[in-house]
Design a protein around this ligand. Structure first.
Ligand code: DC
Length: 217
């Protein structure tokens, strides 16, 4: 069985999907981590994401692998585990830029489909219900207001001991929403058969139960 979760940055997709995966005994596949790994390669090698030839050349040199260690997804970029390094804000912002490029999307599509063919998965991203897994049995479009998503992100960073600027977080979220929703290839949008879920006023537990119920039907 395949469950597809799409939605904008900071909507809570990964938190929710991890909990649903635990409850149902599914594998959680975080496709954003794959785009972030490619973004990390671009940052580390000073590659301009707007230089089409450089993007094609870089994609030839990138190998992304997904492994599960104690049930937790680990992403390997050319043999190196980058699961922690990809969590920085600058990597997320670069991921949104590289994800608009066709060679980058082509590189990841088959990998994502293969994992979903071989396993019961809950997969999150931007184009899972519309493009990667169009036949997923359950599709959810998870969102929340910009201010609520910024507030959640702010609290996560404070918990990590950082001193974030909420205005900058909000501006970054708005820019990523715009880039992810307005690109030519596989933009973020709700699939026709996806359930729209605004989590601004829902608890994590309520959202998890809602999705688990849909998976049972
Ligand atoms: O979910 P995230 O913040 O880790 O994703 C980082 C970026 O990767 C996001 O801004 C857009 C891109 N992405 C995508 O284009 N398609 C996906 N299926 C997943 C992520």
């Amino acid at each position: 069985m395949n469950i597809a979760i799409d939605g904008p940055a900071g909507a809570g997709k990964s938190t929710i999907a991890k909990l649903v995966a635990e409850k149902l005994g599914f594998i959680y596949v975080d496709t954003g981590a794959m785009y972030r790994s490619i973004a990390l390669y671009f940052i580390n090698n000073n590659i301009d994401s707007e230089d089409d030839k450089a993007v094609v050349d870089a994609c030839d040199k990138i190998n992304i692998q997904i492994k599960y260690e104690d049930g937790v997804q680990q992403v390997y970029l050319n043999g190196e585990n980058v699961s922690v390094a990809i969590r920085k804000e600058e990597v997320g912002n670069m991921a949104s830029k590289v994800a608009a490029k066709k060679p980058v999307r082509d590189l990841l599509l088959q990998l994502q489909r293969d994992i979903a063919t071989e396993n019961d998965v809950i997969m999150d991203g931007r184009d899972i219900g519309t493009n990667v897994l169009p036949n997923a049995e359950v599709k959810i479009y998870l969102t929340a207001s910009v201010s609520e998503r910024a507030r959640r992100r702010y609290e996560q960073l404070v918990e990590k001991g950082e001193n974030p600027d909420i205005t900058k977080i909000e501006a970054d979220i708005e820019q990523r929403d715009y880039q992810d929703m307005n690109r030519d290839i596989a933009p973020l949008k709700q699939a026709d058969d996806a359930i729209y879920l605004d989590t601004s006023d829902m608890t994590i537990q309520e959202v998890v139960e809602f999705i688990c119920d849909k998976a049972k039907v």
